[in-house]
Design a binder for this molecule. Structure first.
Ligand code: MN
Length: 382
């Protein structure tokens, strides 16, 4: 069989070109995590062209550097161009499942890089067939997605003012606060102040990014619950799923796994150990749309809730996430697809549209989003 030929003998739609750019896009304000702070977001933009002239776009992103998962934007560029592109060029773009497996075979440990390439293939497949990607995934359950606003690790008064403004203007009804950048006691008092000020008007969740140990979690989670926080994301390091199970047994807070759940195999283990009430789904950490849907399938089978997470994507990656999360049957915890709201500029011709705390889905084939090439020139790294 020649490369690109299909086993059923049908004519293939082969990929003929793959290109990448690194873009550095400023944020509207610095965003602080437990161990990193970012004031620009770097994006690896992937452009894939098919033999009939169809173009698909994808993006690889990590949240503000390699601290989260070990991959960097610069490393991803090398992986994509040197190792992943040869797996894609000459192959049928309509066979995205097979393409995803080929990518996993050459760079299994680099899900963020693989996700950018696979995303471009889904977009090209949808565009070549003239259908939105959610239809390739079996169709969507909803055309708008609730969006939690993620707050940085700033002092309480700054966060209360920010939250009150967003509530008063009807822009968000739920908030996620980053924790872990300061000693636990000080951090908990800061968050408790915010929860007490706005907890009756909004859902408050917190994300520790794995920065506590079990003792700190036993000591402080009840204080957060008492103040009105309802969900805690990844209080313990990724590998400590046994500890998550014991916190789950002993806390009224919902426990969400993020760094602990990358793949369907992780999801099965967590489901068996009863370590989480909810999974944060992210296309990037799972290595693409095929794999994140497997995580969602395990969640559905195990009765675990799903949450549409972000690695701070542009309107392109946000649209891709919206296609996946809208076609996920149960999305009990909503999403945090706020990327385009925290980026100071948009690189697409169809910027993400938000209304009353929801992300509205774009119409059109693929992800419904095209790239503004002037913005690529403006933000492209030279
Ligand atoms: Mn998280």
């Amino acid at each position: 069989m020649t490369p690109g030929a299909r086993p059923d003998g049908a004519s293939a739609l082969c990929v003929v070109d793959l290109r990448t750019w690194i873009l550095d896009i400023p944020l509207i304000r610095p965003h602080k995590f437990a161990t990193a702070e970012m004031d620009t977001q770097a994006v690896l933009l992937v452009r894939l062209e098919v033999e009939d002239g169809t173009v698909g776009w994808g993006e690889g992103v990590v949240p503000g550097g390699p601290w989260w998962g070990g991959e960097s934007i610069e490393g991803m560029e090398v992986l994509v161009n040197r190792y992943l592109a040869p797996q894609v060029i000459g192959h049928d773009v309509l066979g995205v499942e097979a393409l995803a497996l080929r990518l996993a075979k050459v760079a299994g440990g680099a899900p963020f890089a693989r996700a950018g390439v696979e995303m471009a293939a889904w977009d090209a497949a949808g565009r070549a067939l003239g259908v939105p990607v959610h239809q390739l995934l079996g169709g969507r359950h909803r055309d708008r997605l609730p969006v939690t606003w993620a707050m940085g690790a700033e002092p309480a008064d700054v966060l209360v003012a920010e939250a009150q403004h967003l509530l008063d203007t009807g822009r968000h009804g739920s908030f996620k606060l980053k924790m872990g950048a300061m000693p636990a006691e000080q951090d908990v008092l800061r968050v408790a102040k915010v929860a007490e000020a706005i907890g009756d008007r909004a859902r408050i969740s917190v994300d520790l990014n794995g920065s506590w140990d079990e003792h700190a979690a036993r000591r402080w989670l009840p204080v957060l619950a008492e103040a009105g926080v309802t969900l805690v994301e990844q209080p313990l390091p990724a590998a400590h799923t046994g500890g998550l199970a014991s916190l789950r047994d002993n806390s009224s807070l919902a426990i969400m796994a993020d760094e602990s759940v990358w793949t369907a195999s992780d999801a099965i283990r967590i489901a068996q150990d009863r370590s989480a009430d909810a999974f944060a789904l992210k296309i990037a950490k799972s290595g693409g749309i095929r794999s994140v849907r497997q995580v969602a399938a395990v969640a559905e089978a195990a009765g675990i809730g799903c949450y549409g997470g972000t690695t701070i994507e542009t309107s392109l990656g946000t649209a891709a996430s919206a296609h996946v999360f809208s076609s996920t049957a149960s999305l009990d915890w909503g999403t945090e697809l706020f990327g385009p709201l925290i980026l100071a500029d948009d690189i697409t011709n169809e910027p993400a549209v938000y209304r009353d705390g929801n992300l509205l889905m774009q119409a059109g084939p693929g992800f419904g989003v095209t790239i503004d090439e002037d913005k690529v020139a403006k933000y492209g790294r030279v």
